[in-house]
Design a protein. Structure first.
Lengths: 370, 341
């Protein structure tokens, strides 16, 4: 791997607003010397003094430009607001700094690119680049490399909220124009007025097993996953359910890092060969780690969910339930560690060590017997 | 097990008269009559000799004479004459119950007589106001436990299925319900804003146009349900706003008296603030209530049997949140009362 350990000074050569929440920064080295090459998928590490914070703040952002670009790197950053349901928490420190304060001509220190999540260029297997939200950035870089090589079949599958926050749509469509081997599929969770199916997006809702099955002929693919934890966990489950070998799945979380792993005997060996996850990128806020032990799934709690039950379902689990209101005890679940807060007072006090997951959220890292 | 220290409706006032009438309440057979002065009396309906119901005997003045050997009991249950022997047995006594006339109904206190306080009988606001009108004097017996009826009266969602004809239900309503549990009972309520008045109520609402509607479902411990509907001109309704003069208010009082664990006597009153002298409206409300309650009866009797005979577990749904909280608290009150006895 070619990567510098030392921070270099970069100038913001260009600052381009991709949409309301995502802005790209084109970074050229101040010293004018050639940039080290890198593997598509790797990230830059930034270190910056930000007003109001004593220590210098360090963050990593994936390079979204092609590795063949020799005079600049592009990073594309989503402005991270405070969680919708916890407005008292601070908004993303670094992303807001970049959006609001770092302008063209300004300088910033960066190191890299580095990281272990990158395109394996030593095989000829077809590739599926599967991203959620801002998680597409490293996969855009991979897409450029794959199209330039023009050897492998590529499916670029991207899920996001709607057209208003869909970044790089034109760039990806242009890649598809260049190569008949490069196909794309855009899935909008909730299209808005003006989003046209068949033009702006291809499917609505989530990228489901059925979507994946319909897009991908039977084959031995390499999958690259990147997105928020709930997306990652759900897609990982889908791929396993479709019979994909774990060692064919590489992934990187955007947001707090977690580990996707199945530890049943059959897949245990191969789990050793899963590519280690990269360092955390674009961290915003802390949230408890929820482990569904019997299902071998861990994911960072996402406060947008009303309950642990909703959260579990978003990860592909199907816990029993009836009332979803804290009265029937059907969803009662043993807690091996951690604790929960109830949004609705249960009809009966749950037994100590048990939680009604239909009306609760974790207050700390939580291990559920589920 | 029932809550004993409570006023229950025993009968419609006119049903208790100068004839002996036997009514079973909380599993106890009770004989009712009125004294020559018109005061209601309730005695254990079993002569202490061979337990012949006193209601099989004769009303003599203000006393009851057993129809087997002529033991005579006064209004307080004391035997005052034993015709077959010189001395009245010292232990010849039947239980007497505190009773009261109120709101056109005869009420009975099934608990400690020392605690019976007529002031604790539920208040019916505006009862004497001539601009309001009571539609009452009707009752049904339901072959089900009384708590299925309280469940039902805390559950707005059943209307769409059970009352297809009577209230011409238009499907489910998604406005969330507010729930308030207190020592008095449970209130489940919501304001549903900006709707067309439902067909059943439309002829009763005197203002024009769309409505804001309050649905207020309340059950007071142990088993008096108050179901209040308020229809207010659109834009004037809401939890914190006073009722408009033009608002149509209809309050249904439902008095559920357990006969035993498997049977319930259901009395009701409807109280409205419009058209007090309109006989057609009164008749229509009376008929509507009876029709709706018969629809409930048919379902709840089968629910009772279904639950009794079930071979598999039942589910609780979100809609049961109110009624289950009510039941839990009532269970606690009953247990506390039993402990104190």
């Amino acid at each position: 791997m070619v990567a510098s350990d030392d921070f270099r000074n970069f100038t913001v050569a260009s600052k381009v607003k991709e949409n309301d929440i995502i802005t790209s920064f084109y970074l050229a080295p101040v010293d004018g010397k050639p940039l080290p090459t890198f593997h598509p998928g790797q990230f830059l590490t930034f270190r910056q003094k930000i007003a109001g914070v004593d220590e210098k703040v360090t963050r990593t952002y994936s390079v979204s430009s092609a590795a063949s670009e020799s005079n600049h790197y592009r990073i594309s950053v989503k402005r991270e607001p405070a969680p919708v349901d916890q407005p008292e928490l601070p908004a993303g420190l670094f992303s807001n700094y970049l959006h609001d304060q770092l302008n063209e001509g300004d300088e910033i220190l960066a190191r890299g690119p580095s990281g272990h999540f990158y395109l394996n260029e030593e095989t000829a297997r077809p590739v599926v680049l599967l991203s959620g939200g801002i998680g597409l950035t490293p996969l855009v870089s991979m897409a450029h490399a794959l199209v330039a090589q023009a050897k492998r079949k590529v499916w670029f599958i991207h899920a996001c909220e709607n057209g208003a926050v869909h970044a790089f749509a034109d760039e990806i469509k242009a890649l598809a124009e260049q190569s008949a081997e490069f196909k794309h599929h855009f899935c909008y969770r909730k299209p808005v007025a003006g989003d046209v199916q068949g033009k702006d997006y291809d499917s609505e809702g989530f990228v489901s097993c059925a979507t994946l099955q319909s897009l991908l002929p039977i084959g031995d693919y390499e999958f690259y996953l990147c997105g928020p934890p709930a997306f990652m966990a759900a897609e990982f489950e889908h791929l396993i359910a479709l019979g994909v070998r774990e060692d064919r799945i590489s992934y990187e979380f955007f947001g707090p890092a977690t580990v996707l792993r199945r530890t049943d005997n059959e897949s245990h060996e191969s789990s050793q060969t899963v590519q280690p996850i990269a360092e955390v990128t674009a961290v915003s806020g802390d949230s408890p780690l929820v482990t569904f032990k019997a299902s071998n799934i861990s994911a960072q709690w996402d406060p947008k969910f009303d309950s642990l039950l909703d959260f579990a379902e978003s990860l592909g689990l199907s816990p029993d339930f009836s009332c979803r209101a804290g009265i029937c005890n059907t969803c009662s679940c043993k807690m091996e560690s951690g604790d929960v807060n109830y949004s609705e007072e249960p009809l009966d006090e749950p037994e100590s060590g048990s939680a009604l997951i239909c009306c609760s959220a974790p207050v700390s890292d939580l291990v559920l017997d589920l | 097990m029932f809550l004993r220290n409570a006023w229950y409706v025993a009968a419609i006032g006119s049903e208790i008269n100068r004839n002996l009438k036997s009514i079973k309440i909380l599993g106890e057979n009770i004989v009712f009559y009125r004294t020559e002065d018109g005061l209601p009396v309730a005695l254990e309906d079993a002569c202490p000799h061979r337990k012949l119901p006193l209601s099989k005997g004769f009303l003599k003045g203000d006393t009851v004479e057993c129809g087997y050997h002529g033991l005579v009991f006064n209004c307080s249950g004391t035997c005052v004459d034993a015709a077959t022997q010189d001395r009245v047995p010292s232990k010849a006594k039947v239980q007497s119950y505190p009773v009261a006339d109120k709101w056109g109904l005869v009420w009975i206190w099934m608990g400690d007589p020392a605690l019976a306080d007529e002031e604790k009988i539920i208040d019916i606001e505006n009862y004497d106001d001539p601009s309001w009108k009571i539609t009452g004097g009707d009752a049904l017996s339901c072959a089900c436990n009384y708590l299925y009826l309280t469940d039902n009266l805390l559950d707005p969602s059943h209307v769409a299925w059970v009352h297809r004809t009577s209230f011409a239900a238009q499907g489910t309503e998604n406005t969330p319900l507010n729930m308030n549990l207190s020592d008095q009972g449970l209130i489940v309520s919501r304001w549903i804003l900006d709707r067309d008045p439902p067909p059943f109520y439309a002829p009763l609402v005197e203002f024009e146009g769309r409505v804001d509607r309050l649905q207020h479902y309340e059950v007071r411990f142990p088993s008096i349900a108050i179901n209040k509907s308020v229809f207010s001109p659109v834009g004037t309704g809401g939890a914190d706003k006073p009722y408009q003069d033009s608002a149509y208010i209809m309050i249904s009082y439902n008095f559920l008296t357990p006969i035993d664990e498997n049977n319930t006597r259901y009395h009701w009153l409807q109280h409205r603030n419009t058209a007090p002298d309109n006989e057609a409206v009164t008749a229509s409300i009376a008929a509507g209530a009876r029709m709706a309650f018969n629809e409930d009866k048919e379902i709840l009797e089968s629910v009772h049997t279904g639950m009794l005979e079930s071979k598999s577990p039942h589910l609780d749904l979100s809609l049961d949140g109110g009624s289950l909280r009510f039941r839990r608290k009532l269970d606690g009150m009953i247990a506390a009362e039993q402990e104190a006895i």
